[in-house]
Design a protein around this ligand. Structure first.
Ligand code: 3SL
Length: 251
């Protein structure tokens, strides 16, 4: 398995078909907080997450869904979009609220990263809670060229997404032993992410709090429970997977 890491949706190269050397799998990461919220929403029984880069498209799609079976989740600048059912906290997607419902979701950066790689044949989302589950799926499927894509913040690097990219790569390396073909690293960004994981793996929450987006969230109010949830490594087995364009389901 050949792993590449791209910090943001803006850094992702044009997606080519697999036959022309393009990726057969992509893993989107937005530790704080979109992909953590996606994992918990599916764990707690949401029917699917339908992700949108912009709110206008979200409104149109949500409008054609039965109101009793939909929730609209919108976040901009770390805060809930006015009038929406949900913002972007993994604590808010409780079984009582999301069970059986489709969540129409748009966030500042995470859903843009999903849009950037939606043509890749296998598309998963990862966060620290499900990083080994996702790595194990990549190994089991014998994926060859995998793009791990962070979300960053409006085009800029983010520490916490790189930490989780390193966490996924580290788990894949441990799991891809014989008879699997092992793991190689395709770019310096991937190697740097692994170094970051090796530095912080014993205290991931400290890393999330030190990161610029962690600081931004703290500036907006008390997010202690979000930090604890987003840094809880390997507590989920769920693997969110794109089943139709933009639609993620539990797998
Ligand atoms: O940038 C994003 O997509 C969000 O995850 C940011 S926040 O954590 O909801 O503020």
């Amino acid at each position: 398995m050949h792993l590449s890491y791209f910090h943001t949706s803006e850094a992702v190269p044009p997606v080519r078909p697999v036959a022309e050397g393009g990726p057969d799998a992509a893993v989107v990461i937005d530790v704080l907080r979109a992909t953590t919220t996606i994992a918990w929403a599916l764990e707690n029984g949401a029917e699917a997450i339908q992700a949108f880069a912009d709110l206008e498209a979200l409104e149109t799609a949500a409008g054609s869904w039965p109101p009793e079976r939909r929730l609209r989740a919108g976040e901009r600048g770390g805060q809930r979009v006015e009038g929406y059912d949900l913002g972007n906290s993994p604590l808010a997607v409780t079984p009582e609220l999301v069970g059986g419902k489709r969540i129409f979701m748009s966030t500042t950066n995470g859903t843009r990263s999903l849009a950037a790689v939606r043509q890749v044949p296998l598309l998963f989302t990862a966060c620290l809670p499900n990083r080994t589950a996702v790595a194990s799926r990549l190994v089991d499927l014998d994926c060859e060229r995998v793009w791990i894509v962070g979300s960053g913040w409006e085009g800029a690097y983010s520490l916490e997404d790189s930490l989780a990219a390193g966490a996924v790569a580290s788990a894949a390396t441990e799991l891809a032993v014989a008879p699997h073909r092992g793991v190689t690293f395709a770019n310096d960004e991937m190697l740097a992410a692994l170094a970051l994981w090796s530095q912080w793996h014993r205290e991931p929450e400290t890393c999330l709090r030190a990161a610029s987006h962690g600081q931004r969230l703290m500036g907006l109010g008390n997010h202690d429970a979000d930090f604890a949830c987003c840094s809880a490594v390997d507590c989920l087995n769920i693997v969110p997977q794109q089943r139709e364009p933009g639609v993620l389901r539990a797998s």
